[in-house]
Design a protein around this ligand. Structure first.
Ligand code: ATP
Ligand code: MG
Length: 576
């Protein structure tokens, strides 16, 4: 364990104040009591929207929305209640019943958020899909889930048309932004017309806590995406992790940059904040450093939840740009999705004056499992400590716990409220998660230090074995990022007769740097000194960009496949 760097912070006033005490005393039952619910008569939509519409929050803004063209809209909790009631009535009239799958293939429009709530109100199962998916990705998801209704736009529908003949279970397509005077094809209906005619009084479909709520397909970083299925009970986890990890309070303006087509966008870009009655902001546009800073400035965003890939791009855009904006409203920043390089945290501290709080979780875990909290010092490069109520451990292949500092499999004790309940249509895959002696196996490798902080090493499949040493790609990538010429890197193990594997780094250079043999040698020496002689990349390849998932994760398996001339496997989530 090399890293002794610690970022200490001011004491906190609210939220999670004493980690150790809370961890010791925590009980999910006590948290659940805050909902005052009956196990057989619940609905997350009631807790997230309708309940607030009955209190002083009825006129509080639930959603600030901004389109790519600068159009702005606002919706209060009461308006959200009425619109989701209308939408639920509309879907009910189309024949949607409890347990039916209704998929959403929309840009980040207000209708996406209204639709998600409406589907929950019906006790149906929502399947949000990222709007950049191509026909194959859409077909796979609609086919696997046997979706009955799809909500989309006329533009996006073209991608569905290409595969429609393969989707016999799909009965209706609801078109948002359909021009009312244009003709509709058979099976298609107009959202606007039906919404206008629908009543805004809806009789809630009460469900059981264990009834399914949504299906989200994993990011496809390591292989074919899995249809991870979650239930209404997840709300207990959503609710409390939002409070304690994202540190959200009633007067916050919160911005989660993730799309609801990925689990972060569904859980912390919708349910988590709304269960807590928080106002959030949504931007239906692409990443652009200046635009992002403008958003924080204009909306006075206080809490910001984003991803390492975005932070690395902001870092690439430079320190001077930051100075052009007033970002003084920001008080708390979090990151998820990939390991957060220490260099990015140091940079954030310098330019935003705030530490960035990394946290770790998966589509399967349904909520944040390991995190950096407001009340604990940050060790840059560490994912932090397990959420109170979560038992995380580093184990070997038989389920025995390893001691501090030892690399092993990151595992969790099953039983937290938001744990996945199924992989849709794949019981075998679901069971595989629980193959190791009473543990849920995450598929990631990590280690725990003497203070109980967890450190990410790599995906179990990505860890490199070179001359008998196990090297995680993340530590090499992070060390490379500390070199002034490196903007981003992806590191893989390449089979080698002598060493088992050698380390190969794919590097994207910062502006102003050109690939050269000298730079290659300089980088190798840099890593030798910084990390260890065995951890330096024997091979370096400069490239213009790295293959990433649409949610921004480096796809090391594609770097490897390309390098070794192997088949690429499922690339449905690959960015353009
Ligand atoms: P697939 O399972 O289809 O290969 P995926 O694992 O990328 O895709 P997600 O569920 O979106 O799909 O991502 C969870 C994974 O992302 C984790 O298992 C971990 O490897 C990585 N991850 C998420 N947050 C962090 C973090 N803070 N630090 C390191 N890795 C992280
Ligand atoms: Mg995964």
């Amino acid at each position: 364990m090399k890293n002794v760097e610690i970022i200490n912070k001011k004491p906190v006033a609210a939220g999670l104040v004493d980690y150790e005490k809370t961890h010791k005393e925590f009980s999910w039952e006590i948290i659940k009591r805050e909902f005052d619910i009956d196990d057989d008569k619940v609905n997350i939509a009631y807790e997230a929207i309708d309940k607030h519409a009955k209190t002083w929050r009825k006129n509080k803004v639930a959603l600030y929305w901004e389109g790519a063209d600068g159009t702005c809209q606002k919706y209060t909790f009461l308006e959200m209640k009425k619109l989701s009631d209308k939408c639920a009535n509309m879907l009910r009239a189309l024949g949607v019943k409890r347990g039916d799958r209704v998929f959403i293939f929309l840009p980040r429009l207000p209708e996406l958020y209204i639709g998600m709530v409406a589907i929950a109100k019906l006790g149906a199962i929502a399947g949000p899909m990222f709007s950049a998916f191509g026909p194959d990705a859409v077909r796979d998801r609609l086919q696997n889930s046997e979706a009955k209704v799809l909500i989309t736009t006329p533009e996006l529908k073209e991608r569905v048309d290409a595969v429609l003949w393969e989707l016999p279970k799909l009965e209706h397509i609801v078109l948002v932004n359909h021009k009312e005077d244009e003709e509709l094809e058979e099976g298609n209906v107009c959202y606007k017309t039906l919404m206008r005619d629908a009543s805004d009084i809806f009789e809630m479909e009460w469900v059981k806590l264990e009834d399914p709520l949504y299906i989200l397909y994993t990011s496809g970083t390591t292989g074919r995406p899995k249809g991870v299925t979650h239930v209404h009970n997840d709300m207990v986890s959503h609710y409390i992790t939002t409070q304690w990890v994202l540190d959200l309070r009633d007067d916050d303006v919160y911005w989660c940059t993730a799309d609801p087509g990925w689990v972060t966008g569904t859980v912390y870009g919708l349910w988590g904040p709304w269960l807590n009655g928080i106002s959030f902001y949504v931007f239906d546009g692409r990443f652009d450093a200046a635009t992002w800073y403008e958003i924080i400035q204009n909306y006075k965003v206080t809490v910001w939840y984003t991803a390492p890939t975005a932070l690395r791009m902001l870092m690439k855009a430079g320190d001077d740009l930051v100075k052009e904006y007033d970002l003084s409203s920001l008080r708390y920043v979090c990151s998820v999705g990939e390991p957060l390089n220490p260099e990015v945290i140091r940079w954030g501290l310098k330019v935003y004056g705030l530490p960035i709080h990394d946290n770790w979780w998966q589509t399967e875990t349904g909520s944040i499992m390991i995190a950096n909290y407001p009340c604990l010092p940050i060790k840059p490069g560490s994912m932090g400590k397990p959420f109170p109520g979560i038992e995380a451990a580093i184990i070997d292949g038989t389920g025995s716990k390893l001691s501090a500092g030892q690399h092993g499999l990151l595992a969790l004790k099953p039983g937290w409220p938001s744990m996945l309940r199924a992989v849709w249509g794949d019981e075998k895959r679901f069971k595989e998660y629980f193959n190791i002696n009473g543990w849920y196996a995450t598929g990631d490798t990590a280690y725990k230090d003497e203070d109980g902080y967890f450190w990410f090493v790599g995906r179990a499949d990505d860890v490199i074995n070179t001359s008998g040493h196990r090297v995680g790609p993340f530590e090499v990538e992070s060390a490379l990022l500390e070199h002034r010429a490196v903007a981003e890197s992806g590191v893989i193990g390449k089979p080698d007769a002598e060493r088992g594997e050698i380390i190969k780094a794919f590097i994207v250079l910062r502006e102003g740097y050109k690939p050269s043999h000298e730079l290659e040698e300089e980088l190798k020496i840099f890593i030798r000194h910084r990390l260890a002689a065995h951890a330096y990349p024997k091979e370096i390849e400069f490239c213009a960009n790295l293959p990433k998932t649409r949610s921004g994760k480096i796809m090391r398996r594609l770097l490897k496949a390309k390098d070794l001339g192997l088949p690429t496997g499922d690339i449905s989530t690959l960015e353009d």
